[in-house]
Ligand binder design. Structure first.
Ligand code: ADE
Length: 234
């Protein structure tokens, strides 16, 4: 899978993502990251990429031309118009099922905005998906793009080792993961739940399931409702 990140801050994105597991996956050839600097495509002699909004209002907008040309350079490189995600608080809120679905793409372009936003015309022209990482506003699309690349990459086969992948992780079946414990058996007076030391796999499994249900009900009533609805339909 190949990610093309259109950004004004290529260093930020690559440095962040090439650390740890995603960096290891890139070295292993399972995925590749390319940051495309939008500023390199400015037709302006001062490499300007922003301007005032028509009609007035606060702040500056990213102009259409450099963004469009950056996108076209990617499309030309791969020989077709790829799926293009614009990271914006006005998008659909990102979740695990979307990460899984996007991991099926050969290539993905991620467009990172800055300033007060972007000229709407370039969005009309190139964007296929509008995605938000949550209902809060960040200063730019780079952190959201990194979040998305991380979540999508770990769904690409081979990126996680067997040990890392774990079929029972949070959201796998719409529930939060159960609590986990490692050595020592007692720490600051707190003991590991005895069932986990019992070696009785059936009991351990049902304890974990119960913990997942309880945790989801308590911490994420919204997920719990969805989970119950899924069952009432079946
Ligand atoms: N850009 C600024 N805030 C954002 C958010 N919450 N999600 C995606 N892109 C953004």
């Amino acid at each position: 899978m190949k990610f093309y990140i259109l950004t004004l801050f290529p260093e930020m994105v690559l440095t962040g993502l090439r650390t740890s597991i995603i960096g290891r996956a890139e070295e292993a050839g399972l995925l590749s990251l390319e940051a495309v600097n939008i500023r390199d495509f400015s037709a302006n002699k001062h490499h300007k990429v922003d301007d005032y909004p028509y009609g007035g209002g606060a702040g500056m907008l990213m102009q259409a031309q450099p963004v469009y040309d950056a996108f076209c350079s990617v499309a030309a490189q791969i020989g077709r118009k790829p799926r293009c995600v614009y990271l914006t608080p006005q998008g659909r809120v990102f979740e695990q099922a979307m990460a899984k679905e996007l991991a099926g793409e050969e290539e993905l372009v991620l467009l990172c905005g800055h300033y007060e936003g972007m000229d709407e015309r370039v969005l009309d022209e190139i964007v296929t998906d509008f995605i938000s990482i949550g209902d809060y506003v960040l200063t730019g699309g780079e952190l959201p793009a990194m979040v998305l690349v991380d979540a999508v990459s770990r769904m690409v086969p081979g990126v996680l080792t067997n040990e890392e992948s774990g079929s029972s992780e949070s959201f796998e079946d719409g529930l939060l993961e159960y609590p986990q414990y490692s050595r020592p058996e007692e720490w600051r007076g707190k003991k590991v739940p005895p069932v986990l030391l019992s070696g009785h796999h059936k009991n351990i499994e049902s304890w974990r399931r119960e913990q997942s249900l309880q945790r989801t009900r308590e911490r994420r009533p919204d997920l719990w409702e969805r989970y119950l609805q899924k069952f009432s339909k079946e």
